[in-house]
Design a protein around this ligand. Structure first.
Ligand code: FES
Length: 247
C-alpha cells in the first residue's frame, strides 16, 4: 500500500524578479537556491538547522525594515525579496571584512588553501582589502589543540560560526563542543574538559567536515596537503590504460 503523506501548503513569492512556489516552512535561502541564486553564507549548510549567526545571507524584503537573514527567514505568500543590490553587497563585504580582520592572512601557506569556504566567500562578496587589523600574530598557533590523533583544532582560524558545535549535536548526537565567552572573546571549547581527547568527542569527524575554514583540520591534510581529486581512469574505448586524467 502506498504511504499516505500530507500535502504541504504552498506559498508563492518573488525573488529577484522571479516567481517561485515552495512548501510553507521553506527558508528564503532555500527558495533562492531553487532558482539557482547563490546567496553568500558561512553558518548555514544543507544538513544543519539554520542558525543565523554569520549575517552574510542578508536580503531585503519589500515592506519590511532592516535586512533579515535569508537562512532563518521563512518564505511567505506574496513576499518580494531582493538578494542582490549595492546596499546588500556593501553590508556583506563589511561583515566579511570584520571576519577577515581577525584572521591570519596566510592563505597560501594554510592547509585549507583551495578548500576553504571563508576564502571562497570572501571572493564571492568581492573583498579585496581589509582596513582593520584585529589579528594578534603573537598568538598564532600557540593554543592549537593537537590532542586528538585524527584532527587538529586551531582556534586562530576559527570564525565561531558554530557549525562544529551544531554538527556534533545534530549529526552525531554528542555534545562535546560549546561556545565560551562573548563577542571578541567567544571561542569554541570542549567545555569543562581541557582538550578534545579528554572531552566526550568520539572522533567521528563531523565537526571537521562542517568547518568552513582550516580551524578543524584532518591531520592527514595537514601532513600531506589537500587530497588530489583527479581520477585516473581507463578509456572505455580501447582499454590500453594510458592514464587519462579526469578532474
Ligand atoms: Fe544566514 Fe549565516 S548563512 S546568517
Amino acid at each position: 500500500t502506498p504511504a499516505i503523506t500530507r500535502a504541504l501548503k504552498q506559498v508563492s513569492l518573488q525573488i529577484d524578479g522571479q516567481t517561485i512556489q515552495v512548501p510553507e516552512g521553506t527558508s528564503i535561502m532555500r527558495a533562492a537556491s531553487m532558482l539557482g541564486l547563490n546567496i553568500p553564507k558561512l553558518c548555514a549548510t544543507d544538513s544543519l538547522e539554520p542558525f543565523g549567526s554569520c549575517r552574510l545571507c542578508l536580503v531585503q524584503i519589500e515592506g519590511r525594515r532592516g535586512y533579515p537573514a535569508s537562512c532563518t527567514t521563512l518564505a511567505e505568500e506574496g513576499m518580494v525579496v531582493t538578494t542582490e543590490n549595492k546596499r546588500l553587497a556593501d553590508l556583506r563585504r563589511h561583515v566579511m571584512e570584520l571576519y577577515i580582520s581577525e584572521h591570519p592572512l596566510d592563505c597560501l601557506t594554510c592547509s585549507a588553501n583551495g578548500n576553504c569556504e571563508l576564502q571562497e566567500t570572501a571572493g564571492q562578496v568581492g573583498l579585496r582589502q581589509v582596513r582593520f587589523d584585529g589579528y594578534d600574530k603573537t598568538q598564532a598557533n600557540k593554543s592549537a589543540d593537537t590532542s586528538n590523533p585524527y584532527f587538529t583544532f586551531n582556534p586562530d582560524l576559527c570564525i565561531v560560526c558554530n557549525r562544529c558545535v551544531r554538527s556534533c549535536e545534530e549529526t552525531q548526537g554528542t555534545f562535546a563542543l560549546t561556545v565560551d565567552g562573548r563577542g571578541f572573546e567567544s571561542q569554541i571549547s570542549t567545555g569543562l574538559n581541557t582538550n578534545f581527547k579528554d572531552s566526550d568527542c568520539v572522533s567521528c569527524g563531523a565537526c571537521v567536515t562542517a568547518c568552513p575554514t582550516g580551524a578543524l583540520m584532518d591531520n592527514s591534510v595537514i601532513q600531506m596537503g589537500q587530497p588530489n581529486h583527479a581520477v585516473i581512469t581507463t578509456c572505455a574505448y580501447c582499454g590500453v590504460g594510458c592514464g587519462l586524467k579526469a578532474e
